[in-house]
Design a protein. Structure first.
Length: 284
């Protein structure tokens, strides 16, 4: 089931259909046909067969008639099934529109981008090659004027570069994005604001919140829950490694106990780790 960050990423393209052709042209250097309008189309790509195919989003470029269909896929994790259905998305939409169609894969992880960019061997010497926007290929939007003229690109820039080793640059991009989203309607503003914060590294987030703690706090309950959930998963993975080093491989029951524990409970387990004589004592 799609995650909230996945849906938020798709929402950037849904709110600004022109973002897809802009990225194809400016970041991936794809020659586009002349068009006068970009609009959202049905993402239901089911053909006459029973199998259901549903892409994340479809953007159509028009010049009185459709001139290019863009299937937009937000990919935040590896999913080998997609390499079988992506060619079907393009072929089905091409048959429906009777015009050229391409697939644009957007991800915030370089390893996922490299996986997605591999050619799909169709058989008989035929290949399908997705167009993949690597995080490093997303423009670094640090200018507030540019960010305000294209808030969706500014937010995408923060998502792509929020984990960069240069946290000062990440903060500059986040500040530009936050400046851009303040003028939007309340729903988009809250969603984009949280999406920028969720995408930052811990160092960048601390630096940003140190500037004004009240101003750079999460706006939604989901974002607060999402951050806490990520922190808990990191603690669980670390504790599994440390407990296994001390007591040997953990049973499935012990790993389940850790997975279901709250952050406070995980902290107490960590405190008992070095002194507990047995695994059961460490787990409490």
């Amino acid at each position: 089931m799609p995650s909230h960050p996945h849906e938020w990423l798709v929402e950037l393209f849904r709110n600004r259909p022109l973002l897809a052709p802009e990225l194809l042209r400016d970041a991936l250097h794809v020659d586009l046909p002349r068009f006068t309008e970009a609009r959202i189309d049905s993402a239901d790509l089911t053909d006459i067969q029973p199998t259901e195919y549903r892409a994340d989003l479809v953007v159509l470029l028009f010049d009185q008639v459709p001139v290019l269909g863009i299937v937009v896929e937000a990919q935040l994790s590896r999913d080998d099934d997609k390499r079988f259905v992506w060619p079907a998305y393009v072929a089905t939409l091409r048959a429906r529109l009777r015009c050229p169609v391409c697939l644009l894969v957007v991800t915030t992880d370089e390893s996922i981008a490299r996986w997605a960019a591999r050619a799909v061997e169709l058989g008989g010497g035929n290949r399908f090659v997705p167009l993949v926007l690597h995080p490093s290929g997303v423009p670094e939007v640090v200018d507030e004027t540019q960010a305000k003229s294209d808030p969706e690109l500014a937010v995408l820039s923060a998502m792509a570069h929020g984990m960069d080793a240069d946290s000062e640059k990440s903060v500059q991009i986040a500040l530009a994005a936050h400046s851009a989203v303040r003028g939007l309607d309340p729903r988009r503003s809250k969603m984009y604001f949280d999406l920028v914060l969720v995408s930052l590294s811990e160092a960048a987030r601390r630096a940003l919140q140190a500037m004004d703690p009240a101003q750079y706090e999460y706006q939604s309950d989901f974002a607060r829950h999402y951050l806490a959930e990520g922190q808990a998963k990191g603690r669980v993975a670390l504790l599994i490694r440390l407990l296994a080093l001390r007591f040997g491989p953990l049973t499935q029951g012990a790993e389940q106990r850790l997975a279901e524990a709250s952050i406070a409970e995980l902290d107490k387990i960590a405190e008992r780790l070095l002194t507990a004589p047995t695994l059961d004592d460490a787990l409490g």
